[in-house]
Design a protein around this ligand. Structure first.
Ligand SMILES: Nc1ncnc2c1ncn2[C@@H]1O[C@H](COP(=O)(O)OP(=O)(O)OP(=O)(O)O)[C@@H](O)[C@H]1O
Length: 281
């Protein structure tokens, strides 16, 4: 396996006492975290825990309500062209007629103003990227005619087109079968190993990235845990986080979390709603 290039110095992401709110609603707070080059951080947690908001903060699209956040040593927006982003559910309708190679080319020159360049070097770079994500065979097929897994490969190609230092993946495995999940996670893992790209990977499920994640950020109920998967994914750690008994068991190498309340069942901005035994009253 190719070693991860390690660079000393500036972390790719640094959060200090960071909090994020929408109006009165605080989604998470007190977050201290550094992500290093080549590190794979899995961001876990139930619906509504603030995972996508975390990604939006790293993209500079959602300001913190407290604390500081730097990406590559500066404000997130300044680092935009060094960030590759695979969004949660990219709307297909606007892109359905685009070919895979068009999307990757947007990744290359989307940051620049003026007419798009269709030079030989750009075309070659697009071909290289499509090859690297195993999408050459459908380079000229409209996205609307590709399967979910094929489209996801193209989106990874688009995100990697600018040779990013940070790759933000927001649930890139949704609706993919196990084989395709594996193909996608292997692509992302290969990238961080070969180029030292830091990966922030939002997922509902730890299992597809269990062997890959160096650390986990687990968000729930306004609180969080940060640590290695073995530190965070324990009954004790998650029970403390949720404030109720949660059981984490390992079955045939898979992590199963039982008893974790659904985050959206008791929205903190509706304090009148009480949850008892998993049922709202
Ligand atoms: N623009 C917004 N304005 C107000 N509230 C928002 C906004 N975006 C998200 N929220 C709320 O903030 C909370 C966190 O949302 P977020 O999308 O970050 O959660 P998530 O963990 O990514 O959830 P999911 O797993 O369902 O995608 C939710 O309660 C959501 O309703």
């Amino acid at each position: 396996m190719t070693p991860i290039p390690r660079q000393d110095g500036t972390p790719v992401v640094a959060l200090r006492a960071a909090a994020l709110s929408y109006g009165e609603r605080e989604v998470w707070s007190g977050l201290d975290l550094e992500v290093r080059p080549g590190e794979f951080l899995a961001v876990l947690g139930p619906n509504g825990a603030g995972k996508t908001s975390f990604v939006r903060a790293l993209l500079g699209r959602q300001p913190l309500s407290a604390g500081t956040l730097t990406v590559l040593g500066g404000p997130p927006r300044q680092a935009a062209r060094h960030i590759g982003y695979i969004p949660q559910q990219a709307a297909l309708s606007a892109q359905a007629m685009l070919r895979a190679r068009d999307l990757v080319q947007f990744g290359i020159d989307g940051h620049r103003f003026g007419p798009r360049r269709r030079t030989g070097p750009v075309r070659r770079r697009v071909d290289e990227i499509l090859e690297s994500v195993g999408a050459s065979a459908y380079a000229d097929v409209p996205l609307g005619m590709l399967s979910g897994g094929e489209r996801q490969r193209v989106r990874i190609g688009q995100a990697l087109a600018t040779d990013p230092s940070l790759l933000l993946c927001d649930e890139p495995l949704l609706s993919l079968d196990l084989n395709r999940q594996r193909a996608v996670t292997e692509l992302i893992d290969a990238r961080r190993r070969s180029h030292g790209t830091a990966v922030v990977f939002v997922t509902h499920e730890i299992n597809p990235v269990q062997g890959l994640a160096d650390r986990v950020l687990y968000l729930a109920r306004g609180g969080h845990r940060v640590g290695t998967p073995d530190e965070v994914l324990t009954s004790e750690s998650l029970s403390r986080l949720y404030g109720t008994q949660v059981d984490v068991v390992r079955v045939r190498g898979r992590v199963v979390v039982a008893g974790a309340p659904d985050e959206t069942a008791v929205p903190p901005h509706h304090p009148g709603l009480q949850e008892k035994d998993g049922v709202r009253s």
